[in-house]
Design a protein around this ligand. Structure first.
Ligand SMILES: [Fe+2]
Length: 381
């Protein structure tokens, strides 16, 4: 589709490397930051990373306030409470530290710091993006997991009136994404594996999308190679900085690449998350081989899968690549069936109904028909 109009953006400044979090505080000082709101969650606060960041800011003479009242599925209440802390403390910048939830919350506090409520007004599906102006405070994001890539994203997902609501604006993009592998070493092996496969699936689903975006395709392919090579090491030896750093970067690259969109793997993972509270990365991992087999019947996807043989060190043949993916997942204890994760066969139709309505579903390069998701899931029960 090189003959059609497209709009691309790759503007995020990235500060990468061991010690980047410490160095970043001096960058904020140089930019004139005086008082910051650190948005995080209770878990990150407990392991001491938020305090560590606060100490680094203190060393350069910047005062900060920690706000950690953020749920794993962040709510409007979390955002409004954080906005009040920002305003009442006279802050002039925001730093989000954590996984996708604190980063999404921080992004939305940035909007509400200078925009009137209610938050519902900014619902992207109702054209709310047009109300978001570029008059917001500086916003920085420091991921503590390597998976979501939210640090380079332009949107957030916040539960408003019990509905998952997407708030989107190009102006919500963090001013700097800080990728410091040192702060991901404490992530346990199971979470490292699950979040890492989420990053792999972002890259894979973006890569097979037929939109003309060779830049994203290049990023996606390189990042998949990094995941295949480094994720097992990060899982088995969490303090390996080389592996942690490569996974952080692969996660960021995945989120840049999935500007192209995501597909049915994510739609089903979202359904498993809602019905069974299954970890997003684990859900993506468990269904991955069956979703790949499902997509094979479309020739364009088959060719793309085949081209990944080199990455896995096998023949460039789609079926062989799927076997290699299974072995890769098995090496990290992620080759499971859904019944061992509590999924019941009488729920498959409900899971399908949810997946078919998911916004990623229509983007899947193979058109998903009624009954297809049930068939995929049946093979995993
Ligand atoms: Fe994901």
């Amino acid at each position: 589709m090189a003959n059609k109009r497209h709009s691309y953006s790759f503007p995020t400044r990235i500060e990468y490397g061991p010690g980047a979090m410490k160095d970043f505080t001096a960058i904020v000082k140089g930019a004139g930051g005086q008082k910051g709101l650190i948005v995080t969650d209770k878990g990150i606060e407990k392991v001491g990373t938020a305090k560590q960041l606060q100490d680094y800011f203190t060393e350069v003479g910047i005062e900060t306030v920690i706000f950690s009242d953020v749920k794993s599925n962040p709510t409007e209440e979390n955002v409004l409470k954080g906005t009040n802390v920002y305003k009442n403390s006279n802050c002039d910048f925001i730093v989000a530290l954590g996984g996708g939830s604190p980063i999404d919350t921080g992004k939305t506090i940035k909007v509400m710091a200078t925009h009137d409520g209610p938050l519902e007004k900014y619902d992207d599906t109702k054209g709310g993006d047009k109300y978001i102006k570029n008059n917001m405070p500086p916003f920085y994001a420091i991921p503590t997991t390597a998976g979501t890539g939210s640090e380079v994203g332009r949107s957030s997902v916040i539960t408003v009136n019990n509905v998952k609501t997407i708030i989107f604006s190009p102006y919500m993009m963090p001013d700097i994404a800080v990728l410091d592998p040192l702060i991901t070493v404490s992530l346990p092996a199971t979470l490292t594996a699950a979040t890492g496969v989420d990053a792999f699936v972002h890259n894979l689903e973006a890569y097979i999308m037929e939109t003309f975006h060779p830049m994203a395709d290049g990023l996606a392919k390189e990042a998949m190679e990094m995941c295949v090579r480094y994720l097992p090491t990060a899982v088995n030896n969490g303090s390996n900085i080389e592996a942690r750093g490569n996974m952080l970067m692969a996660s960021t690259m995945g989120a840049i690449a999935f500007q192209k969109g995501l597909g049915i793997n994510h739609s089903i993972a979202h359904a498993l998350g809602v019905f069974y509270d299954m970890h997003h990365g684990l859900a993506n991992a468990v269904i991955l081989p069956e979703v790949m087999k499902y997509n094979l019947s479309r020739d364009q996807i088959r060719e793309k899968y085949a081209s990944l043989g080199t990455i896995f060190g096998v023949e460039n043949d789609a079926e062989t690549v799927i076997v290699a993916v299974e072995e890769w997942l098995k090496s990290m204890n992620l080759l499971k069936n859904l019944s061992e994760l509590g999924v019941k066969s009488d729920k498959l139709k409900d899971l399908e109904a949810y997946a078919l309505k998911d916004p990623c579903c229509p983007l899947n390069p193979k058109k998903v028909e009624k009954g297809d998701v049930v068939a995929i899931l049946k093979n995993l029960i």
